[in-house]
Design a binder for this molecule. Structure first.
Ligand SMILES: *Cc1c(COP(=O)(O)O)cnc(C)c1O
Length: 309
């Protein structure tokens, strides 16, 4: 199987951290691959391996019109000589509706556009059985790579580090990445999660994912007690942003050379630096997990006339 490189850890020096003697590191998963960026690769890795070992022809998965997960699946499948099928939300769409879908098609993904009501059935057993009978040779992966194998893939992020941080920070969508990080989080560390959806119930979502993935409930309770949720940094909800966020991303890039995206990593980095001002975190070691997502961000910065990376 294709193996992508381990990501580096970068120490970042910011003036506001020096005053407080905070050691700050960024795990650069955005550098793993230009297209199969960051956590999308982590979440897919063992599903790809499973599909290969079980002699599936490829992977079938789900996503919205701008899904990073769909592009990552398409690219990862092509690199591994697997077929890929994407079930896309929105019957009005075509493969030329936007750049995300075009890239999926370029990587050879077969796209099927379905109505919102059909799409809402994607995790139902009946619907999945229907898909299995239509595409019997495909391994079905949930939206966002949110399955047991996705969690296991993300548990390798901290395992590649010294894993001795007081605080680990990560953005949350489906919660698969944060669930994987929890698996390998040391006893005395705290995981800060930053949901990018408005009104998102992180704990309930994580519990549901762990249960779906057949983890034992007492263990899950233990893990979830190590979480702190920063749920006031969604900027209005998924994909929403304002000038303050774009300004922040731009100045962070100028100061550190690290690009962020306005959907996930920009919001989570913004949250972390705001909390550093609010809370007493003197002498702490903090790790920020850069989950990638920059591919989709480029068009936003072009639209905002701020080409920064
Ligand atoms: C998809 C994505 C996330 C969300 O990860 P989940 O595992 O769904 O919680 C975070 N950051 C980036 C850059 C992403 O593309």
């Amino acid at each position: 199987m294709l193996s992508l490189k381990q990501s580096i850890i970068q120490e970042v020096h910011l003036n506001e951290l020096k005053d407080r003697n905070i050691q700050f590191y960024v795990k650069r998963d955005d550098l793993i691959h230009p297209e199969i960026s960051g956590n999308k690769w982590r979440k897919l890795k063992y599903s790809i391996l499973h599909a290969e070992q079980q002699k599936f022809e490829g992977i079938l998965t789900f996503g919205g019109a701008y899904s990073n997960h769909l592009v990552a699946t398409a690219a990862a499948c092509q690199l591994n000589n697997l077929r890929s099928i994407g079930i896309v939300r929105g019957e009005e769409l075509t493969i030329v509706s936007n750049e995300t879908l075009m890239r999926c098609a370029e990587y050879g993904m077969e796209l099927h556009f379905v109505s919102r009501s059909d799409y809402s059935l994607r995790n139902e057993k009946m619907y999945q059985e229907e898909l299995t009978s239509l595409f019997p040779s495909m391994y079905i992966v949930p939206e966002g790579g949110a399955n047991y194998l996705g969690i296991i893939g993300c548990s390798e992020i901290l395992a590649e580090t010294s894993n001795d941080f007081d605080i680990v920070v990560v953005a949350q969508g489906t919660t698969t990445t944060s669930a994987g990080v929890l698996l390998s989080l040391p006893e005395d560390s705290t995981l800060w999660v930053v949901p990018v959806l408005k009104g998102f119930n992180s704990l309930a979502e994580m519990k549901a994912l762990f249960t779906y993935s057949a983890f034992e409930s007492e263990t899950v309770k233990d893990w979830l007690s190590k979480i702190e949720i920063l749920n006031e940094y969604h900027f209005g909800g998924y994909g929403k942003y304002n000038t303050e966020l774009i300004d922040f991303i731009e100045s962070f890039y100028i100061e550190t050379g690290i690009p962020l995206d306005p959907v996930y990593t920009g919001k989570s980095m913004f949250a972390l630096l705001k909390e550093i001002q609010k809370q007493d975190l003197r002498n702490k070691r903090i790790l920020f997990i850069h989950t990638g997502g920059l591919q989709g961000a480029k068009s936003i910065f072009e639209k905002e006339k701020r080409v920064i990376f």
